[in-house]
Design a protein around this ligand. Structure first.
Ligand SMILES: COC(=O)c1ccnc(N)c1
Length: 256
């Protein structure tokens, strides 16, 4: 998977070079590229913003630097430098352009799973009051455009949201997480929150690990873990319980 990120603060994305995502990039599982939007400006001050038409507080990101940055990425796409903008003769899907925004569709585990199958993701990190709408409209002709929100709150820019989405998606790319077993029974993987987890010592500050987990009885352990997942989900996210399919008699008894 190729991932491109455009930002006026490329150093914000340095964290992606660490840990599992960084290792996956080194191994070639992820082709991670961060671009400085100011590299696509040519005035003395590398201007990327200007005042909003119609008045109002704050500044708006200018269209041309964004179009040049996105065209640069399109030219470098999986199709090689020869591709010209919009040269999608159908043989390859358009790159997915994710525009982090509080006004976007909500990003969740299902969206992460969907994006994990993509060949090329591009993240456009807006700042100030946002990006000139004409860039978004223009980009819709060259990309599979996805305005995306990570929740109902406002940030100062798209970088933090992009990192969260890149991590959530990349970890689902085969090979990025060493043991794929780690991806099962995680929160939201199957509609339930994860079970409580413990490690040595078996007793810590008068708090003991639940006996069943020391029993070696795998059936009882699996049952205990599912019960805890049901209880935790019912307590913390009752809205998720409502979305579960038909529950068996035991599960229903746990929730009563
Ligand atoms: C500037 O971007 C945001 O404020 C943002 C992006 C994605 N999700 C959000 N909830 C906010």
């Amino acid at each position: 998977m190729r991932i491109d990120v455009v930002s006026i603060f490329p150093e914000y994305l340095e964290g992606l070079k660490l840990s599992l995502i960084g290792k996956a990039a080194e191994q070639g599982l992820l082709d991670l590229n961060v671009h400085d939007l100011r590299d696509f400006t040519f005035d003395r001050h590398n201007t990327v913003d200007d005042s909003p038409y119609g008045g109002g507080a704050g500044m708006v990101m200018k269209a041309e630097p964004w179009a040049l940055a996105l065209e640069h990425i399109l030219g470098e796409g999986p199709r090689g430098a020869s591709a010209s903008v919009g040269d999608h003769d159908g043989e390859k899907p358009k790159p997915i352009l994710i525009v982090p925004s509080p006004a976007g569709r909500v990003f969740d585990q299902r969206v992460a799973e969907d994006l994990a199958g993509a060949e090329h993701l591009v993240f456009a990190c807006g700042r100030y009051e946002g990006i000139d709408q004409r860039v978004i409209d223009w980009a819709g002709e060259h990309f599979d455009l996805r305005p995306m929100s990570i929740g109902d709150y406002v940030l100062n820019g798209g970088e933090v949201a992009s990192m969260a989405m890149i991590e959530a998606v990349s970890r689902l790319v085969p090979g990025v997480i060493g043991n794929p077993e780690s991806l099962t029974e995680e929160s939201h993987e199957d509609g339930l929150l994860e079970y409580p987890i413990y490690t040595k010592p078996a007793s810590w500050r008068q708090r003991d690990v639940p006996e069943v987990l020391l029993s070696g009885n795998h059936g009882a352990i699996a049952r205990w873990r599912r019960d805890r997942r049901l209880e935790r989900t019912a307590e913390v996210r009752p809205d998720l319980i409502a979305k579960l399919g038909e529950l068996d008699k035991h599960d229903r008894a746990v929730l009563e």
